[in-house]
Design a binder for this molecule. Structure first.
Ligand code: HEC
Length: 202
């Protein structure tokens, strides 16, 4: 044993090297943790570190950002004075306008009865499909939405009769428009169907 202490080499790495390895193993562990989600999703650990962060109350990525109200906005307490609110023509004093009535028809009726009222709207093939719920439970498909131009000419050939038909309940397909639209809107639509200069019957 001569001068053995001088030749002694410690078996542990120097401090800087050791902390490097500690750091490396933490980083590696973190990666193993994130990739091995199954461990965490099966709730083996009471604290879930990465995979389920979106369930955390503090982190709501699924919510859109919120807009702050305008600085000088006021709380709504009542409708404004007629002189200062939007001037939309009052339905009761509105006279028949084929552009307004045509829009009402297109929005509410054309999906079934077609843009020109021939009964060929986009929804027709679904209504009459032989694989519809109606067809499979009743044994035969539902009837096609009728041609409204022809109806105005031959069947519901008075505006009042058609108005009452459209307002009421008419089977499981066509909505009961008396519960959806104002009377004036339904009358506008019926006028548009009968209109032989600019409407459907031209
Ligand atoms: C979801 C589809 C659908 C929509 C939307 C729809 N209808 Fe109908 N409509 C039908 C079907 C189907 C019939 C056949 C009546 C039945 O179900 O027995 C019908 C029948 C009618 C008839 C009777 C015609 C006749 O001679 O027998 C009139 C009139 C009519 N619709 C007008 C309208 C008007 C006006 C609108 C819009 C305000 C409208 N419909 C919206 C599906 C629709």
């Amino acid at each position: 044993m001569n001068g053995s202490l001088a030749n002694f080499k410690p078996i542990t790495a120097p401090t800087s090297k050791r902390s490097f390895y500690v750091l490396l193993s933490i980083v590696l562990l973190a990666f193993i943790n994130t990739s091995a989600c199954a461990v965490q999703e099966s709730n083996t650990y009471p604290v879930e570190l990465f995979s389920e962060m979106h369930y955390s109350q503090a982190y709501k990525a699924q919510e859109p950002p919120r807009l702050a109200p305008l600085a000088d906005s006021v709380v709504f307490v009542s409708t404004g004075h007629p002189d200062s609110v939007l001037r939309v023509p009052d339905k009761r004093s509105r006279t028949y306008d084929p552009v307004i009535a045509g829009n009402l028809y297109q929005v509410n009726c054309s999906v079934c009865h077609g843009m020109t009222g021939l009964g060929d709207g986009k929804a027709t093939r679904h209504i009459t499909s032989s694989s519809s719920f109606y067809a499979t439970s009743e044994g035969e498909p539902y009837k096609s939405p009728p041609n409204l131009v022809e109806s105005a000419a031959n069947r519901l050939n008075e505006r009042e009769i058609m108005f009452r038909f459209v307002s009421g309940w008419n089977g499981p397909v066509m909505p009961e428009f008396g519960k959806i639209l104002a009377e004036e809107d339904i009358r506008d639509i019926v006028n548009y169907i009968f209109d032989d200069s600019t409407g459907l019957s031209k």
